[in-house]
Ligand binder design. Structure first.
Ligand code: ATP
Ligand code: MG
Length: 603
């Protein structure tokens, strides 16, 4: 390919709006064009990168004799409301505003695919009639739409993106387990081939649902997810899901019954402790406090007032709380929205100013949740539901009195609410957990019969009876993968594409005296040899100074550069990997050595 035939759209300056490296570099190197707010056109170079990513993914999951043997299909992006109503997700996706929708001329409403469980389950019911056809797995690589609350970071979080989504159908759990494991293995191979350091972590299943799930993360400082891991045991989980043990609070000199103490003008836990320390309780600490946070949770059919309790030195994780409330609501769930109470609502629920809520007399909520690591039989400091007052020596197994608005008694539910953090102990080994940030590039879910049962999608079993499919689903955000690759592979000069997903693998830059016929001929010859060996090579024939060309290719991130110039008189050319040092090599060996270097970089 001649560079003069390529639209090279590099910018001199960094685009002002880009906060992260991948966004900045993909715009600046001309891979992306901003077509509207949060809308990106994929330029020719981007298209090639995405094509490579999609090809690798497809290869790994669709090997004909492989464990998965996924078959590629294409589903419509416009999805009928009626199908989504069968699974019960239409209303929840509309209410959470995740799904964008459009109306046709007859006023029929369609959702724009945020994911495709309903559509594929409907397809399965039509084509997978008998157990003899199972397991089966279908995948597509197609555009998805999600009305994200906070689109940002370029391709990282957009309203329109490309996803590989796969769905598997099974007659039994063992078969699902086997495919789930094979998918995880395929993801590992996929990301390794792409030159990405990615790792699997236990994950929350979110709106997709199901019984188990893992996310694949690419480590990056700008990642929106926090991962807790234990390097020796291999435990790794998204914070939304991570479990860990917190060190128990030391014993303290507490009164034997819950004692009302006037704590004037101190609300924040540390202030309360400091006050108590000089007013009769010298050894009490934040670990002895009961932190009470009041929320309003909303589902499709219910709005509930919620009190949640964790240890005073720790925080509640909202995703865990949402899951706990959803479990408690049962048929009235899932929770679509959770927000802290406004000061007025706190006053109504506690008859006190904000800062003095506690699980003793005077708290009025619909549901209460206690973090499972709070000791029930140890004395604590709790808000007294009375302005400027706390209860000292409060015990959860003795002193809880919570009422709902109708005066009924509310029994608190013990659940996992705690935001785990670095230094907490791994449950299995007791060793400390570490923390790192990651970008979620892929996700695998065990769905079980969640969709098939709701949609009455059945196959005929060996027993002659109808059974709902046991299902799995699997996603890789192809366009986010490209951005994550740039986050992991760039420097001050630009992108450093891993060979397997680079838009082109090699660029030849003639750099001798302008018009030098020997340089021209050697460049063309090398180009042709590489091209016929199947290498994606560019010959930079543009009428520009070599320095300008070098800058362009460094920014665009082509893995190998060959400069043919002065040295040619001595039979030498320069071979420079984007990530390494330049070597002078004999022109006669240039093709062979370049081909070897490309192949060596393709794992
Ligand atoms: P996130 O937690 O980042 O919002 P998700 O868990 O909602 O993502 P999934 O439903 O698991 O996403 O979708 C599968 C994959 O699609 C994700 O692992 C991610 O790579 C990609 N993806 C999801 N949302 C977006 C988005 N808004 N922009 C780009 N890629 C996305
Ligand atoms: Mg996910």
């Amino acid at each position: 390919m001649r560079a003069s035939r390529l639209t090279i759209a590099t910018l001199r300056e960094d685009p002002a709006e880009a906060e992260v490296a991948s966004h900045r570099l993909l715009l600046r190197a001309g891979f992306l064009h901003k077509s509207g707010a949060g809308l990106y056109l994929y330029g020719p170079m981007m298209h090639r990168v995405l094509d490579r990513i999609q090809r690798i993914v497809a290869e790994e999951i669709s090997r004909p004799n492989g464990a998965i043997a996924a078959q590629q299909i294409t589903m419509p992006i416009l999805q009928e409301q009626a199908l989504w109503e069968k699974s019960g997700r239409w209303a929840t996706y509309q209410a959470s505003r995740t799904m964008l929708s459009v109306k046709d001329r007859k006023d029929q409403i369609f959702g724009l695919a945020p994911t495709a469980e309903e559509v594929v389950t409907d397809y399965a019911a039509a084509v997978l009639k008998s157990y003899t056809q199972l397991p089966a797995c279908f995948f597509q690589q197609h555009t998805k739409f999600r009305d994200e609350i906070r689109p940002r970071f370029g391709l990282m979080r957009v309203k329109e993106f490309i996803m590989m989504d796969a769905y598997s159908f099974h007659a039994d759990e063992a078969s699902l387990d086997a495919t789930y494991q094979a998918m995880r293995d395929a993801y590992h191979r996929t990301f390794r081939r792409m030159g990405l350091e990615a790792f699997a972590v236990e994950a929350d299943s979110g709106a997709i649902g199901g019984s188990g799930s893992h996310e694949f993360m690419v480590a990056a400082a700008i990642g929106e997810d926090t991962i807790l891991f234990q390097p020796e045991t291999g435990y790794a989980a998204n914070r939304e899901r991570a479990v860990g043990r917190i060190a128990p609070a030391p014993a303290w000199n507490a009164p034997s019954t819950a004692t009302l103490v006037h704590t004037p003008s101190v609300g924040a836990i540390l202030e309360v402790m400091a006050f108590l320390n000089v007013n009769g309780y010298p050894d009490v600490r934040a670990e002895h406090a009961l932190k009470c946070v009041l929320f309003v949770a909303r589902s499709l059919t219910a709005t509930v007032q919620v009190a949640a309790f964790v240890r005073g030195d720790r925080e509640i994780h909202e995703v865990k709380l949402i899951n706990a409330i959803t479990r408690a609501l049962g048929d009235r769930g899932p929770v679509l929205d959770l927000r802290p109470m406004q000061p007025d609502e706190v006053r109504a629920a506690t008859s006190a100013e904000p800062g003095f809520a506690g699980p003793g007399t005077g708290l009025t909520v619909d549901l209460a949740f206690i973090d499972r690591q709070l000791p029930a039989d140890q004395p604590l400091i709790a808000g007294a539901n009375r302005t400027d007052h706390h209860l000292v020596g409060f015990r959860l197994d003795r002193d809880v009195v919570i009422r709902n608005a109708r005066g009924g008694s509310v029994t608190p539910i013990v659940d996992d609410l705690l935001a785990i953090r670095e230094g907490d102990a791994d449950v299995a080994s007791g060793k400390p957990l570490s923390e790192r940030r990651g970008i979620e590039v892929g996700h695998v879910f065990k769905l079980g019969t969640k969709y098939s049962a709701a949609m009455q999608a059945n196959y005929m079993g060996q027993d002659g009876k109808l059974h709902p499919y046991i299902m799995g689903c699997y996603g890789i955000g192809s366009s986010r993968v490209a951005a994550a690759a740039v986050e992991q592979h760039h420097d001050a000069d630009g992108i450093r594409w891993p060979m397997a997903i680079a838009p082109y693998q090699v660029v030849i830059v003639p750099a001798g005296k302008p018009g030098d016929p020997a340089v021209g001929a050697a460049s063309q010859d090398l180009h042709d040899r590489l091209e016929s060996a199947g290498i994606d090579v560019i010959l930079d024939d543009r009428d520009l100074k070599p320095g300008v060309k070098f800058k362009d290719w460094d920014l665009i991130g082509i893995p190998l550069r060959i400069v043919i110039g002065k040295g040619l008189a001595n039979g030498l050319v320069e071979l420079k990997p984007r990530t390494g040092a330049m070597a002078e090599i004999p022109v006669g060996e240039a093709a062979e050595r370049t081909i070897a270097a490309v192949r060596a970089a393709l794992v």
